[in-house]
Design a binder for this molecule. Structure first.
Ligand code: NAP
Length: 246
């Protein structure tokens, strides 16, 4: 039977929706007619998300109880979450000889273990509903590697193994699991790079420009839509061609 995820009333939960790509993903799902539970970590962000028409929930992805409570709150208000986007992520860039245990633990706990916690709680409701879409926000860095980002790259390539395992484990329950791997996205971070560094990066990108956050978000909406019912275990690069072949 073809999954009907993507219907107007479906509930999506997006982690790390206070800003950046997560906020763009939440906005794109809202524009597509979904009810959106947007997670954040501060009172101010919660108020801003509520004012923008999202259902704000507090969620610290390094804390399993917080993740479970966020889903419980969203589902009590909106109904079962059938689309979960594990977007929350951090970097602690440093060369390996100087990388502290804290640099390793913080990145793996947030990006990899945090995403697994989100998937575990999401799967509980999706198995019951017999349908669902798990979407993991990785990075081109997880596929290509990047000097000074061994912790981050490990966390992001780990999401590929996680998603493909869940695609196998949960496929029979009508649940898909996919990875979105953005390249360089137009953010404050990329704007702050020197013109020389920007030019060096752009010369490696076949499309010759950075991505807009909305271009990452649109792919997430597609993966949740009925049109993507037969797409699972995939890594979808949204990187202007930077990481192709990986
Ligand atoms: P960002 O602007 O730094 O936003 C990160 C988001 O994650 C914020 O909402 C932040 O919440 C949340 N977050 C961080 N740690 C958390 C935790 N422990 N628990 C719950 N929420 C947490 O990052 P971004 O650039 O939008 O990136 C979003 C995702 O895309 C990340 O997974 C990143 O690795 C990936 N990505 C980004 C790029 C890029 O060029 N920007 C490229 C490839 C992949 P607070 O506001 O409370 O801190």
């Amino acid at each position: 039977m073809v999954s009907t995820v993507g219907a107007m009333s479906d509930v999506v939960l997006v982690t790390g929706a206070s800003r950046g790509i997560g906020l763009a993903i939440a906005s794109a799902f809202k524009a597509a007619g979904y009810q959106v539970a947007a997670t954040c970590r501060s009172e101010d962000d919660s108020a801003a998300l509520a004012a923008a028409g999202f259902f704000p929930v507090t969620c610290e992805v390094t804390d399993a109880a917080s993740v479970d409570a966020a889903f419980d709150a969203a589902e009590a208000a909106l109904g079962p979450v059938t689309v979960a986007v594990a977007n929350a992520g951090i970097t602690r860039d440093v060369l390996i000889l100087r990388m502290s245990d804290e640099d390793i633990d913080a990145v793996l706990q947030t990006n990899l273990a945090g995403s697994l916690r989100v998937a575990r709680r999401a799967a509980k409701s999706m198995v019951r509903a017999k349908r669902g879409r798990l979407i993991f926000i990785s990075s081109v860095v997880g596929l290509l590697g990047s000097a000074g980002q061994a912790n981050y790259a490990a966390s992001k390539s780990g999401l590929v193994g996680a998603a493909r395992s869940l695609a196998r484990e949960l496929g029979g329950r009508g649940i898909t699991a996919n990875v979105v791997a953005p390249g360089f996205v137009e953010t404050d971070m990329t704007a702050a790079l020197t013109p020389e560094r920007q030019q060096a990066i752009l010369s490696q990108i076949p499309l010759g420009r950075y991505a807009q956050s909305s271009e990452v978000a649109d792919v997430c909406v597609f993966l949740a839509s009925p049109a993507a019912a037969y797409v699972t275990g995939c890594v979808v690069n949204v990187d202007g061609g930077l990481g192709m072949g990986h």
